[in-house]
Write a protein that binds this ligand. Structure first.
Ligand code: NDP
Ligand SMILES: N[C@@H](CC=O)C(=O)O
Ligand code: NA
Length: 433
């Protein structure tokens, strides 16, 4: 057994970085047993050395100068857990040029520059692993790239953002407000430094871009993902979901049919019995469909210090195993296919639509006529008086499958109908037909 230490540098010592330090400290024996070398964190880059940190971290050497890590020849692997895109990309590129292996938890970076960085890593004969960037502690990247590598994957559907799943869970079950539960998700370390990316669906979209590029061996950029976040989800929407037997989740779907891809992230209604409807709090889950394997499902904590750090340190173990075998630098595979994306005419979905209508004779007929003109039929329909609004009533319905393009035309026509005050909300429904 090789007794040498491996020196690693940490870029960042926040929620995830502290978790990485903790796992390296507490799991050292099992880690060294697997890789034959003791892992030592040589130095950690932070923004502010004076910041108060947990007392057990006091032995760690901190620096505010990235060169102390990037230019230190004794550091063989760099763990990037600081976040950000441009500054971080330059640091990762410099680390690779210095022939250091890189492990990152940064989906923003990987969604934007992953393909270039992975190519560069291969040229430098270095590993670049990013398991923690998608679905935190669930080993979904390795599952797709190794466990299911023999199959042709056709669909990935999942909850890939812990913050919004935590928020929707608490808002649905405990009637808590959006701002209140967002603050709690931030305090628990689930949210991004700027939680806009979480609540607006951007974080999930980046993860779906990473997963679909890998699963379909086709380049998928963040711009190719249709995104809607959870800001507009109201307590009324959540109450109607419950009444109609659905659960609202921020769902990412990546699908490939006959060579054409669709990738989207949006709040979606799932029948209560759907496996993803029962994934709560910060947990994530990903359903993967393959032509040969059929359906598989992966479940676990999608955010948080130790779960995410487990993925990071497992990547470090993979780097070190590759070092022992002298096979570093094969983490990039050229995509096999060009990407062609479906148009809205080609995408079919059921929809939940909530309307405020004028409570007078003929309204219901006018609304149903408009649906008939667009050839859209209903699976479920409710009409109720609207509280504190004597003139208005509420119609809530779930359509049968129709093309997204037709539903969008129908929504515009509904808003223009004199019997309709407004389309109050609309969401896709998955897993119903
Ligand atoms: N939190 C989570 O559950 C998950 C996070 N991730 C990803 O992991 C990464 C880190 O997230 P997280 O740990 O939550 O973030 P934090 O904000 O908790 O920590 C960031 C760390 O990086 C340091 N840092 C940030 N910017 C700079 C800079 N410009 N120069 C030097 N140091 C800097 C900070 O220093 P200081 O301590 O002085 O402020 C801090 O130690 C992000 O890419 C995130 O998307 C991935 C999966 C889950
Ligand atoms: N903010 C992210 C952290 C993990 O990627 C999330 O909430 O999922
Ligand atoms: Na993961």
């Amino acid at each position: 057994m090789e007794e040498r230490e491996i020196q690693v540098g940490l870029l960042g010592l926040g929620t995830v970085g502290t978790g990485v330090a903790s796992i390296i400290k507490h799991h050292q024996e099992t880690l060294s047993h697997q890789i034959g070398r003791k892992i030592v964190i040589k130095r950690a880059l932070v923004k502010d050395k004076k910041k108060v940190r947990e007392s057990w971290l006091s032995n760690l050497e901190l620096t505010e100068n990235a060169n102390d890590i990037i230019e230190d020849p004794s550091i063989e692997a760099v763990i990037e857990v600081m976040g950000g895109i441009e500054e971080t990309r330059l640091l990762v590129e410099r680390a690779l040029k210095e022939k250091k292996h890189v492990i990152t938890a940064n989906k923003d970076l990987m969604a934007e520059h992953g393909s270039t960085l992975l190519q560069m890593a291969n040229e430098q004969k270095c590993d670049l692993f990013y398991e923690a960037s998608v679905a935190g502690g669930i080993p979904i990247i390795r599952t797709i790239s190794e466990g299911l590598s023999a199959d042709k994957l056709t669909k990935i559907m999942g909850i890939v953002n812990g913050t919004t799943n935590y928020m929707l869970t608490k808002m649905s079950a405990n009637n808590r407000t959006f701002d209140d539960v967002l603050l709690e998700a931030q305090e628990l370390g689930y949210a991004e430094a700027d939680p806009t990316a979480d609540v607006d669906g951007i974080d999930a979209a980046r993860k779906m871009a990473i997963l679909s590029s890998l699963a379909f061996s086709s380049p998928v950029q963040i711009e190719d993902v249709s995104v809607k976040g959870i800001r507009q989800v109201s307590d009324v929407d959540l109450a109607f979901c419950q009444q109609l037997g659905y659960t609202m989740k921020l769902i990412g779907v990546a699908q490939k049919d006959e060579g054409q891809i669709e990738v989207r992230v949006e709040p979606t209604l799932l029948p209560n019995a759907h496996p993803l409807a029962n994934v709560h709090n910060e947990f994530n889950a990903v359903l993967v469909h393959g032509e040969a394997v059929g359906e598989t499902m992966f479940y676990g904590p999608g955010a948080g210090s130790l779960p995410t750090a487990t993925a990071v340190v497992s990547d470090l173990v993979a780097v070190m195993k590759n070092m022992q075998r002298r096979v570093n630098g094969y983490s990039y595979q050229t995509p096999l296919f060009q990407s062609t994306f479906k148009t809205e005419d080609e995408i079919q979905s059921q929809y939940f639509i909530r309307l405020h209508v004028y409570d007078r004779a003929g309204t219901f007929a006018a609304v149903t006529n408009l649906f008939a003109q667009h050839d859209v039929s209903f699976e479920k329909l409710l009409q109720l008086p609207l509280e504190n609004q004597t003139e208005l009533a509420e119609i809530v319905l779930v359509t049968h499958s129709s093309s997204v393009a037709i539903i969008k035309k129908l929504l515009i026509a509904l808003n223009q109908l004199s019997a309709v005050d407004k389309v109050a909300s609309y969401y896709r429904v998955e897993g119903g037909e």
